[in-house]
Design a protein around this ligand. Structure first.
Ligand code: UDP
Length: 239
């Protein structure tokens, strides 16, 4: 795959323009950030794990009928995706309380929610990705009513598919963050990544986090946990 220019460099990924204008190359970086990039680090091999895990999970939800931007894995740290216009919102789906919802609402961690809860956050690093309501989204025209409907429906579908998939691997899907993009034909599809950087995943028997909370909360063994997720998903060891 011939790459030309770098389009964008984010906290965990770089995007490159390719010879095909409808495709982008995504390079997953080794860098880890938390708390709106106030905490930073780099772990050799992290990008390879999130690239490969994300490729597996995007491909899997694709086979279950979710339209995604994923095209194919290119190498250890890179994947090819469809170029879409990213909707400037992050959707978080929660099955169990953890993280910001506990801080914001004073609820205890580990409460099982009766139904999955969908939240919208505005993608804006300077503002620390604030929580927004559907009315804010409509007032400021960040998305249309049909976009909101489509994103929510897809987010709940992805959550349902992955919750069941992870349960079969003795992993609890606590919450996950999803992003969506619009294709040139105007369809909303799943974009970005699905990995332990963007989901909370707890070992079902011990309750231990196997995700980025190990970095956020200085629990150690970040790479070992990501490797464990890879091992359970694929049944293979990752060097
Ligand atoms: N998340 C993410 N990117 C963000 C914010 C959150 O991938 O910019 C993920 C996070 O890893 C977790 C879920 O979304 O799986 C919910 O995060 P939360 O709102 O609890 O925020 P946090 O506790 O990470 O500040």
């Amino acid at each position: 795959m011939q790459v030309t220019d770098m389009l964008y460099e984010g906290k965990a990924k770089k995007l490159f323009i390719t010879e095909d204008p409808s495709m982008l190359l995504v390079e997953y970086k080794d860098s880890l950030t938390a708390f709106n990039a106030r905490k930073k680090s780099s772990l050799t091999g992290k990008g390879s794990l999130t690239n490969r895990i994300s490729a597996e999970l995007l491909e899997f939800v694709g086979t279950q009928g979710v339209p995604t931007h994923f095209v194919r894995l290119l190498d250890d740290t890179c994947q090819l995706v469809r170029r879409v216009k990213i909707i400037p919102l992050e959707l978080v789906v929660r099955n169990i309380t953890a993280g910001s919802i506990c801080r914001r609402l004073g609820v205890e961690e580990g409460m099982e929610l009766k139904d999955p809860l969908v939240e919208f956050y505005l993608k804006n690093d300077d503002l620390g990705d604030p929580l927004v309501t559907e009315d804010h989204i409509l007032s400021f025209r960040w998305a249309t009513p049909s976009d909101i409907y489509a994103m929510k429906k897809l987010a709940l579908q992805v959550n349902r598919i992955l919750k069941e998939f992870f349960a079969g691997l003795e992993i609890i899907l606590v919450d996950l963050k999803l992003e969506f993009g619009r294709t040139p034909e105007g369809n909303i599809i799943l974009a970005d990544e699905i990995s332990p950087d963007t989901c909370r995943l707890w070992d079902a028997s011990t309750g231990e986090p196997l995700d980025k909370d190990r970095f956020r909360n200085d629990l150690g063994n970040v790479l070992g946990s990501y490797r464990e997720i890879w091992r359970r998903i694929t049944g293979r060891e990752k060097k």
